[in-house]
Design a protein. Structure first.
Length: 429
């Protein structure tokens, strides 16, 4: 199911992962940008040796100075020697007092003792300058890689977003829905610094998964809970065009409720189509369900009304009412739906269409919802749909959730629509 769309989405995540990892490797291969900016080269370390030499000479000088002071009392040396001795003593005293002091400028001690914090600050400063120039500098990228992080830039992602847009549109995803997905992916990925503890591929898949989920999950509610909590009988009316599996979906829901301990009665409100009554009667016979019918051409509202009254009299939990499946542009059909809404006030109105109809199903869902507000949708033949455009789009364009997917011909082949499961099947765990 939806294998074509799944392959296209997988291609997008793989391509982005490969590009981002390539950029990260390029940053790793750059020549030690951090060392160039923040660490002293080996020859500078040797320049600090005079510090140790000075400290060592101070210890050697102290004793001779003390010894020369004593003979000074007996004999007075020449003036030049006195001045030299005094200067030597003064220098020695100063060196003792300032044993930890920084040597003269020529030895460049700052470079030798520069801390990693200073290097980081300098690297940040340089990366800010690079950002001001319109891109992230190599030093900043190397620094991010050293801390296990990577950055996805918008310009790196744009070509892949263009490919993703084409993939979505070619899978019958509605244009506004495709744009919503693209905006979500871009917002989730670009300009973000992410740790690479989990692979970049997981990051891309998570961003796409989140964007798809936000689109698909519109209006979701717990169908079973709503039915259980509603006053009985619960009345559900089905709309949609002819030939999309509407009547079969009614029969499948009758089995669905039976499996959950709820009784049902079927109502044939499609009174204008020849053969509609026989079709629903056959399903009712197979499922051992009661069906309420009128003569062909009768008022559909009257049929559904009689089914509701029967359910009340016989303690039936759910009424499932079919309606005429004419085109959504038919004024007569829309008038019938409006009349049912006014007189029956159904608990739910469900739109039924084929998943394989793609963009047509999306357009019909929007127009049916505009004409007679729906509460949710059932997409049939989902097992035969390689694209998935309708499943991605219907909820978003109507603001109402997809509730079930028809996945086969048997009465049990009706699966509750779970947005998380759908997205996981498209993106992968």
């Amino acid at each position: 199911m939806f294998d074509g769309l799944k392959d296209k989405l997988s291609g997008f995540t793989s391509d982005v992962e490969e590009d981002v990892d390539d950029d990260a490797l390029e940053a790793e291969d750059e020549p030690d940008a951090d060392e160039a900016d923040g660490e002293a080269p080996p020859d500078q370390a040797t320049e600090s040796d005079p510090v140790a030499d000075a400290q060592a000479s101070e210890g050697d000088t102290a004793e001779p100075t003390a010894e020369t002071d004593q003979p000074q009392a007996d004999s007075e040396p020449p003036a030049a020697d006195s001045e030299a001795t005094a200067e030597s003593a003064t220098a020695s005293a100063t060196a003792v007092e300032d044993a930890d002091a920084v040597p003269d400028e020529e030895s460049h001690p700052d470079d030798a003792v520069e801390t990693e914090e200073d290097a980081a600050t300098e690297a940040e400063s340089e990366s800010d300058e690079d950002d001001d120039d319109g891109g992230r500098g190599l030093a900043a990228k190397a620094k991010l890689m050293a801390t296990g992080k990577t950055v996805i830039e918008e310009e790196d992602l744009q070509s892949h977003l263009d490919d993703l847009e084409l993939a979505l549109l070619s899978s019958d995803v509605e244009m506004s829905v495709a744009n919503e997905i693209l905006d979500g992916v871009k917002e989730n990925l670009t300009g973000q610094t992410r740790r690479r503890l989990s692979s970049t591929g997981n990051l891309v898949r998570d961003a796409l998964r989140e964007s798809l989920y936000d689109v698909i999950n519109v209006g979701q509610f717990d169908f079973d809970e709503r039915v259980q909590q509603a006053d009985k009988p619960v009345t559900i009316v089905f709309t949609g065009v002819n030939g999309v599996g509407k009547t079969t979906s009614i029969a499948k829901l009758a089995q669905y409720f039976e499996d959950r301990g709820l009784s049902t009665v079927l109502a044939n409100g499609d009174t204008y189509r020849a053969g509609a009554n026989e079709q629903l009667e056959k399903h009712a016979e197979n499922l051992d369900k009661k069906i309420i019918t009128h003569e062909q051409g009768s008022d559909p509202t009257a049929v559904v009304y009689d089914a509701v009254e029967y359910a009340k009299a016989n303690d039936i939990d759910v009424v499932l009412g079919d309606t005429a499946g004419r085109l959504h542009t038919s004024d007569d059909l829309m008038a019938q739906l409006e009349k049912i809404d006014r007189n029956i006030d159904p608990d739910m109105t469900l739109f039924v269409d084929e998943a394989v109809a793609g963009q047509d199903a999306v357009n019909r869902a929007r127009e049916f919802n505009d004409a007679a507000e729906i509460d949710g949708a059932i997409l049939t033949k989902a097992d035969a749909d390689p694209q998935g455009g309708a499943a991605i789009s219907v909820a978003h364009v109507t603001g109402k959730p997809i509730l079930f997917l028809g996945t086969g011909q048997d009465y049990d082949d009706l699966d509750p629509f779970d947005p998380e499961e759908i997205v996981d099947s498209l993106i992968g765990e």
